[in-house]
Design a protein around this ligand. Structure first.
Ligand code: AKG
Length: 316
């Protein structure tokens, strides 16, 4: 292992980095007070600080089939969305047909091409451009779409804040996971994601897959894959250990697997704990243009469980 990778495990280096980004940690301030967390905002934080591992999101505590129609704003959604909201607690996802127009999507595709070719924004090993919204008003506009935010806020019953955009040109091939390991909240269940098809998705391009109902599995956090940290150092487990345990749990539970083959402009919205990933790319010549936006609820604690780092949020 390279020295740089070894050093990443030492928490004091994170604290230093966090101190240098203190403004981007202010979002946690009120929630620390509300949930009695007596730590400075720059300090490491993980599920060890929160022994209670249940979600308190209203559609996890209640069954959406019984409660969504009691909320005033329910009436403003289309009959199709209303029907899907009713099924949220059992399925853990929503599918919006042709939500974004072809023109909006084409503008985003143009912006992504420009970012890659002109601004030389790097594509990561799993084929994505991170945080494109910071460089492109068109990507930012899609991320901030008011109708989408209203729907996500309805599902969480809290105002949502976009945390990041990921733009994929090719399939990710990412193994099954829950976003709650990457973007963890306290209370649990206060992250929500929107996956936007930026072209018609071909079955051989490495489409997204997900397991309806898997959001009801217990949240898999550090303790569950024996990733034990100390005051100064992170645990010894790797992300691949988390993925192995997730696969093991899936194999014991027999959830049906769905492969998402959307049309350009469609959106899939998923629950904080829905297990999903990217199928292997059968034809590497094919593109799989898509954009993911992860949103946090505003007034919860937001962090990354494995590295115990509080999330850095752009200032509002
Ligand atoms: O689009 C994909 O292939 C995977 C995306 C994903 O897993 C995520 O954004 O959490």
């Amino acid at each position: 292992m390279k020295l740089k990778d070894k050093l990443k495990d030492y928490k004091p280096l994170h604290w230093l980095y966090n101190l240098l980004h203190a403004k981007q940690l202010q979002h946690n301030k009120d929630a620390y007070k509300k949930y009695d967390v007596h730590k400075p905002l720059f300090d490491s934080i993980s599920s060890k600080d929160f022994p209670d591992k249940t979600s308190r999101a209203w559609l996890d505590v209640n069954d959406s089939a019984n409660v969504v129609s009691t909320k005033h704003s329910f009436q403003y959604f289309t009959p199709d969305v209303q029907q899907q909201l009713i099924g949220w607690s059992s399925k853990g996802f929503l599918h919006l047909n042709r939500y974004f127009s072809i023109e909006q999507v084409d503008e985003v595709n143009k912006a992504v091409d420009e970012l890659i070719n002109q601004k030389h924004l790097p594509i990561t090993h799993d084929n994505k451009v991170m945080h494109g919204y910071k460089h492109s008003p068109v990507i930012k506009q899609m991320m901030q779409d008011e109708g989408l935010k209203k729907l996500l806020s309805f599902v969480l019953d809290k105002e949502v804040l976009p945390f990041q955009t990921l733009n994929f040109v090719k399939g990710s091939g990412q193994r099954a996971h829950s976003d709650s390991i990457h973007m963890t909240t306290y209370p649990l269940g206060y992250l929500i994601a929107a996956w936007i098809a930026l072209e018609d998705i071909h079955p051989d391009s490495g489409p997204l897959f997900y397991y309806p109902g898997s959001h009801k599995l217990p949240y898999l956090l550090n303790d569950e894959f024996e990733n034990y940290s100390t005051r100064l150092k992170l645990g010894n487990k790797q992300y691949s250990d988390y993925e192995d345990v997730t696969e093991e749990i899936l194999s014991q539970n027999h959830f049906p697997k769905e492969v998402f083959l959307p049309k350009k402009g469609d959106v899939l919205i998923w629950h904080a704990n829905l297990i999903h990933g990217g199928t292997p790319v059968a034809n590497p010549l094919l593109t799989r243009k898509s954009m993911v936006v992860h949103y946090y609820a505003k007034d919860v604690i937001k962090y990354h469980e494995i590295t115990e780092r509080p999330s850095l949020m752009e200032e509002e």
